[in-house]
Design a protein around this ligand. Sequence first.
Ligand code: PMP
Length: 405
Amino acid sequence: MYDIQKVRGDFPILGRVLYDKYPLVYLDNAATTQKPRCVVDAMTDEYYNVNANVHRGIHFLSQQATDLHEASRETVRRFVNAGSSSEIVFTRGTTESINLVATCFSDAFMKEGDEVIVSHMEHHSNIVSWQIVAQRKGIRLRVIPISDDGVLDIEAYKGLFNERTKIVSCSHVSNVLGTINNVKEIVRIAHEHGVPALIDGAQSTPHFGIDVQDMDCDFFAFSGHKIYGPTGIGVLYGKEEWLEKMPPYMGGGDMIKTVSFDRTTFNDLPYKFEAGTPDYIASTGLAKALEYVSDIGLDNICEYEKWLTEYAVSEMMNIDEMVIYGPKENRDAVISFQVGNIHHLDMGTLLDRLGIAVRTGHHCAEPLMRRMGIEGTCRASLALYNTKEDVDSLVNGIRRVCKMF
Ligand code: PMP
C-alpha cells in the first residue's frame, strides 16, 4: 500500500534503542504520534528564516508569516473538506476546541434545565468541559449507553431527546475501545430533533479521511499532535451559522475590530475565536503533517492499519486468558487488553523494559472504565509506521510477561 520502510525512515525517533538493548517499539500512538522530519524541518525553517508576528504587520517577514499561517488554515480546510476557511478555528487541541464550544454555545443557547447529550465512552475532555458549564448554568448531561462490547445504543440515544435538549457531543472513535461510531447517523438524529452535533475527532483524523460536509456535523474537533503534527495546536471546525451566533471565547488581540471603553466590536470569523498571538509556527507544522498523510493517502493508511490491527488482534487472542475490549468489527487501531489477573500497570512496566511503549490506566475515560467494571487497561495503539514486526514484538513481550507471573 505504501513503502513502510521509507515511511519509517521519515521518523528519526523510530531508530532509537532503549535501555542500550531494545529497538523502540512505539505503540502509544493514541496518546501522541511521532513526527516526521518534514514537520520539524518546516517549523525550524520558519523560526530561522521567517519568524515574525502574524496579522497587521506591514513588514516583509510579518506578511510572509501571515501568508504561511493562512495557507495552513487552507490546508486544514481542504483536509476536512470544510466549505470555507472562516470555519477553521485554530486552538491548542481537541480539549480547547470542545471547551470553546461548551462555553460559547451554552452562553448563547442554553439556560437552566437544558440538556446536552454525550456518550458513555467519552474522553474526559468531552465530559468535564460540559460539566463545568453545567454547574455554572444548571445544565444537565444525558448519557448515551453502550453495549458490553462497547457499541453505542442508538435506540436509547433516540430516547434521550426532549424539548430541553440543545446539543449532542460525541466521539468519532473511542480512545479506549477503538469503536468507530456511526457519526453520520448520530448527527442525522440530532438534526432530526433540531439540535446541532459536535464530533470529537481526536482519534479518527489520523486513521481515515474526514469530510465534515458529508458528515454534516456542526462542530468537529481534533489535535495536531495525534496526526503527526506538533503539540499545542488543534482545530475546531464550526459551521458558519453557529460560529457567527456564538460569543467570543477569550478576549485579546486579533479577535477585535475596534475597542473603546464604551464598546468593543469583534473580528470576523474565524479570528473572533482566536485571541492573542496564534501558534503560527505550529500551524505550519500541522499543515505539513496533513500534507504528509495526504501524500501517503488516507485510504492507504486506513487499509494498512486495518490489516495490521486485525493481525494484532488475532495474534493476541492466541495468548491464554487474553481479553480484548471493544467491538469485534468496525474498530480502529486501538487495542485495549488485559491478561488474566496481571495488573495493567505491571504489564505496561514490564513491556517497557523490553522497549515496548504502551499506555496503562483509565485513559482519561473513568466513566467508561466503571461501565466495563474495570479499573484500567493496557492499551496498544497503532500508527501508519508500525509494522508486523512491532506487533510480533508486542505479542512475544506479553508472552514473556505472562511467564513471569
Ligand atoms: N478526545 C479523545 C477521544 C482523545 O483520545 C483525546 C486525547 N487522548 C482527547 C479528546 C484530548 O486531546 P488533547 O489532549 O490533544 O486535547
